[in-house]
Design a protein around this ligand. Structure first.
Ligand code: SAM
Length: 188
């Protein structure tokens, strides 16, 4: 059976992240992926979870408290500044990262991820990624500005050297309403 996009994204993370690692949620939103990452790395690991919206940070904080999770560092800043928050000792050891692009469901649709900052974040995190680690981008593009981000990302990732990275696109091509698809970058 074909895997649905979101469950495939989580399966990919599960297949590559190990307990004890530092991992990144580039867009924590309501915290769903943050919780998935937190469980994968366990108490000896750490999740750095970014969002530019106060509301997203608060929503995630609440969900983490409900789940009694304490291995997450919430960062109220743009993911393009990831390097400021990544300790030097995790260079080459970051276990993985996920980004859900677009806007926070049930919130202000004018706050969206943008091509330049998303690409900057990917370029930074890929340097810190372990060999065999994955960056997963779940690309929502049906909103205003979404198409431009999608195209910029595809163009950028097509230029990643095949000898250093595998870049996968996974999604359904016969669904209505611009369904999300996955872009996954694997560092060789
Ligand atoms: C689709 S939502 C994320 C949903 C989230 N993964 C969840 O499970 O609920 C996208 C999020 O990206 C955030 N965002 C937009 N630009 C950002 C940036 N430059 N850095 C970090 N977060 C950003 C938005 O505030 C929004 O919460």
């Amino acid at each position: 059976m074909l895997k649905r996009v979101l469950s495939y994204a989580h399966e990919l993370l599960q297949s590559s992240i190990q307990p004890g690692e530092t991992v990144i949620d580039g867009t924590c939103g309501n915290g769903k992926d943050t919780i998935v990452l937190s469980k994968l790395v366990g108490d000896s690991g750490q999740v750095l979870a970014f969002d530019v919206q106060e509301q997203a940070i608060e929503n995630t904080k609440q969900r983490l408290a409900e789940e009694k999770i304490s291995n997450v560092k919430l960062i109220h800043d743009s993911h393009e500044n990831a390097e400021t928050y990544l300790p030097e000792e995790v260079y080459g050891f970051v276990g993985g990262a996920i980004f859900n692009l677009g806007y926070l469901p049930g919130s202000d649709k004018s706050v969206i991820t943008k091509p330049t900052s998303t690409i900057q974040a990917v370029d930074t995190i890929v340097k810190y990624l372990k060999s065999g680690g994955l960056i997963i981008l779940v690309v929502y593009y049906g909103h205003e500005g979404g198409e431009a981000e999608k195209n910029a990302l595809l163009d950028h990732l097509r230029s990643f050297e095949q000898k250093n990275y595998n870049v996968l696109q996974y999604g359904f091509i016969n669904q209505k309403n611009s369904p999300p698809f996955i872009l996954a970058i694997e560092k060789k």
